[in-house]
Design a protein around this ligand. Sequence first.
Ligand SMILES: [Zn+2]
Length: 188
Amino acid sequence: MTMKRWIMASVAVVGLTTLVAWSSSNRESTAGKTMQLYVYEQDALIEVQPIQKSDAEWRKELSPERYRVLRGEGTECAFTGALEGNKKEGLYRCGGCGSDLFVSTTKFESGTGWPSFFQPVHENNIGTTVDYKMGAFYPRTEVHCARCGGHLGHVFEDGPKPTGLRYCINSAAMDFVEMPIRDKSIDP
Ligand SMILES: [Zn+2]
């Protein structure tokens, strides 16, 4: 083996070893990761692990419509969702993992045909990404459950006071639980 070849082989071995070490440590850090989830009934943040399931597991657990929305980033037809006209007092939870998402005191009539809220129950409980499904010149802010990653809907900046936001959420992505809601949760 020439000196040049020997050096190249050494560099390759060191590079590969580094890559393997990096990817295994990366995997470990994801597996042990926890998050602070807000639980409305306890009015407290609790430490939980994010929920990660295979596509096959989700498909087995969820109804076809719920799977299409939550895992396939689908959108239900306007004015067809069970919770769009719901005016009862209570809590809206993630249809995938049960995490608390919205309270009824932040729901408003948007006229769009989808349940609309001006703020989530807690910022920790939802996540956002930018999507370009409507085209490169029309970016939208996608909203998902922070714990299980299930797609919920989108958030727009044409909502009412006090936040000016409109969380446009699919009924199929949520479960509703009737319960008394504390007044302070309407504070921004
Ligand atoms: Zn969830």
